[in-house]
Design a protein. Structure first.
Length: 79
């Protein structure tokens, strides 16, 4: 529901059978909307950071392990 609503609002729906390509702005808006739904008691910046730390960083770590990449993980929130 969040994806379809946001994609329609930002024009991210495919016009044919191709996989949808997300513009960066749409991707960010989807993250913010998902964070709002998941962490409704927090402000946007806090909820997005929580979503990032709780879900996206672990996903990136798992993908890196599957890929066998030796590059160290970097937490952009630490800067």
């Amino acid at each position: 529901v969040v994806f379809l609503t946001t994609a329609r609002r930002f024009g991210g729906m495919p016009e044919d059978d191709r996989r949808p390509a997300l513009a960066f702005e749409l991707f960010v808006e989807l993250l913010v909307e998902t964070a709002r739904m998941r962490y409704g008691d927090l402000r946007d910046a806090e909820s997005t950071a929580a979503l990032f730390e709780e879900h996206l960083l672990p996903l990136a770590h798992r993908l890196r392990e599957l890929d066998g990449s030796a590059a160290p993980a970097v937490n952009p929130l630490a800067f």
